[in-house]
Design a protein. Structure first.
Length: 267
């Protein structure tokens, strides 16, 4: 009998924050996409994926509940090849219902048709799991809530890791499109490098309270997080992490001058 590399109920899945950067990473081959491919080969195979992307912003918290989530091309001005990409992973209404039932506050709303998988999700997953053979649900970001809310909701979701669920946050710790450069090998903004290193140091020290409360107190932080949407997914992953998790920085490049691709694995 052939054996598969699926997780058992007693095996805790790691949890990941992935910097996703430009949508073009979805169709390019580079050191970053090679890292994603390696993750897909080496991580324990999840039963399902809970994706928290920077690109589904709502009032209230929703989770996709459809059996076949659509591939959303939520960008403009890119080549037709990128718009042609489809990521036909199944959804998991059962997982969505489990998330709703396990989190009493806030109320998690089941989304039947509004969303699907945006590019923050599929641009990462198509490299990790190119066969699209793992069910995926996506959780929205309630932008009406304070920053602590996102960390605390991550804590409430962390038990899913013991049920074979890969919790994956997709954003960027530095994301300033006004300062972006499309030049090949564009020089890195000094403030972007400063803030990226500050984030690394705070993660390594497990000083999550600083990452919650102090991120935009410096000028570098204000420039790195002009809006919080790409930063919030990191907070869910910090919340979902455990004190005993090993921390591994699996990628730390800064692309396009002002987009930090720092990616972190807990556990």
């Amino acid at each position: 009998m052939n054996q598969t590399t699926s997780t058992s109920a007693s095996q805790r899945m790691p949890t990941l924050f992935i910097g996703h950067g430009s949508p073009m990473n979805a169709i390019e081959k580079n050191d970053y996409t090679a890292m994603l491919e390696n993750l897909g080969r080496t991580l324990p195979r999840p039963q399902a994926i809970l994706m928290i992307s920077a690109h589904w912003m709502t009032r209230g918290t929703g989770v996709t509940h459809m059996a076949s989530p659509k591939t959303i091309h939520d960008f403009g001005g890119f080549p037709d090849e990128l718009f042609a990409v489809q990521y036909p992973a199944a959804g998991s209404p059962q997982l969505a219902e489990k998330i709703q039932a396990s989190v009493s506050s806030p109320e998690i709303l089941l989304d039947e048709e509004q969303w699907g998988l945006d590019h923050g999700a599929w641009s990462v997953l198509r490299h990790m799991y190119p066969k699209a053979d793992i069910p995926v649900v996506q959780l929205s970001l309630d932008m009406s809530k304070p920053i602590e809310f996102h960390y605390e909701l991550g804590q409430k979701l962390s038990a899913l890791r013991d049920q074979g669920i890969l919790i994956l946050g997709s954003g960027n710790v530095v994301h300033n499109l006004r300062r972006i450069s499309w030049e090949t090998k564009a020089p890195v903004q000094s403030w972007a490098k400063e803030f990226d290193q500050w984030v690394k140091e705070k993660i390594d020290a497990r000083d999550f309270q600083a990452l919650i409360h102090d991120a935009t107190k410096s000028e570098a932080g204000k420039l790195s997080i002009p809006t919080p949407d790409h930063y919030y997914p990191l907070l869910y992953i910090l919340g979902a992490s455990k004190p005993e998790d090993k921390i591994k920085h699996i990628f730390d490049e800064i692309q396009n001058s002002s987009i930090a691709m720092r990616s972190i694995q807990f556990g």
